[in-house]
Design a protein around this ligand. Structure first.
Ligand SMILES: Nc1ncnc2c1ncn2[C@@H]1O[C@H](COP(=O)(O)OP(=O)(O)O)[C@@H](O)[C@H]1O
Ligand SMILES: N[C@@H](CCOP(=O)(O)O)C(=O)O
Length: 307
């Protein structure tokens, strides 16, 4: 049995639609084992959206590797231990894809390079901003090209924390992508290019005072926030208590706020405020650090590795 740990991810980071994302210390575990025949898939906690046949996302990701390297197990057992809430904008699908590819590569003899795995994952997900940090960790700036992903990984210091607000309703990424406009005004494109560039510079130089300005967006949040009634309340609350920017996590509905050393005071203020606010949804709240490792193996029984 091979056990792989793969992190959640928060994509876009405000202005960086489809090209910026960060891995977070919240994990799924994917256990895979070759068996004599058949396909056995189990998951905990279970969820009706998790397929237990060849439509399962982890299995589909594993099969892209087997097709690529021309090796197939006789049969496969997959056990999923899911800490990442599904369909909340925290990269649960990307964790399945990147974790599945990483596990399948180990099971099939490690023939694919890290670059090849990053590309396979981004191609399957359709955009590299979740799958790439899920695979390699860190805060990633990434562009999906024809046959590769061009990316830079930044190792995030522990002084920067990620306050995550998770509501009790789902918002599918596919739906949240379909509602976006096909065309935007030139000035809005220029607005986002500037903020995304400023974000990249501010985060890598540690100039966090620029982050509230650098995390503004006109490409996706104005449309998606209409699906999240509490969006403005949560963002304004975060900024009021000193967050260095607050924005939709991926396609939502979760919201992320960037917090620095004063995160304990921030955490206490937010918990008090959430307990007394009139909100449309129930919100879980946690403060996470960035994961800088990505998908990793944390146990292997030698019989599982193909020689
Ligand atoms: N842990 C999981 N195990 C299996 N399938 C999953 C898991 N997480 C997500 N999926 C599949 O991915 C689909 C799309 O998820 P998505 O809307 O992208 O969520 P997220 O925003 O968390 O990435 C889900 O409907 C489900 O079929
Ligand atoms: N850039 C994508 C990111 C989707 O992230 P997810 O965690 O919601 O799947 C988008 O904004 O659609």
């Amino acid at each position: 049995m091979i056990s792989v740990k793969v992190p959640a991810s928060s994509a876009n980071l405000g202005a960086g639609f489809d090209c910026m994302g960060v891995a977070l210390k919240l994990y799924n575990i994917i256990e895979v084992e070759e068996i004599e025949k058949g396909l056995i898939i189990t998951s905990s906690p279970d969820d009706p959206s998790i397929a237990k046949d060849e439509n399962n996302l982890v299995f589909k990701a594993m099969k892209t590797v087997f097709d690529e390297v021309g090796w197939y197990p006789r049969g496969l057992r997959i056990n999923l231990i899911n800490e990442i809430p599904l369909t909340r904008g925290l990269g649960s699908s990307a964790a399945c894809i990147s974790g599945g590819i990483y596990a399948a590569n180990l099971l099939s003899g490690g023939k694919l390079s890290e670059e090849e795995m990053i590309y396979l994952a981004a191609k399957m997900e359709g955009h590299p901003d979740n799958s790439t940090p899920a695979m390699i960790g860190g805060l990633v700036f990434a562009v999906l090209e024809d046959k590769k992903v061009n990316y830079i990984k930044f190792v995030v210091p522990t002084r920067l924390k990620f306050a995550v607000f998770i509501p009790d309703f789902q918002l599918s990424t596919e739906y949240a992508r379909n509602i976006l406009p096909k065309y935007i005004e030139f000035k809005d494109a220029v607005f986002n290019i500037g903020r995304a560039t400023l974000f990249a510079s501010a985060i890598t130089t540690g100039n966090y005072e620029l982050l509230p300005a650098a995390t503004q967006d006109r490409l996706h949040q104005p449309y998606r926030k209409k699906l999240i009634p509490d969006f403005d309340k949560i963002v304004n609350l975060s900024l009021e208590f000193g967050a260095k920017g607050a924005f939709l996590s991926g396609a939502g509905p979760s919201i992320i706020a960037l917090v620095d050393e004063n995160y304990e005071i921030f955490e206490q203020n937010v918990k008090n405020a959430l307990a007394n606010m009139e909100l449309a949804a129930n919100w879980d709240f946690m403060i996470l650090e960035a994961d800088n490792s990505g998908a990793t193996v944390f146990s292997v029984q030698s019989t599982s590795l193909k020689r």
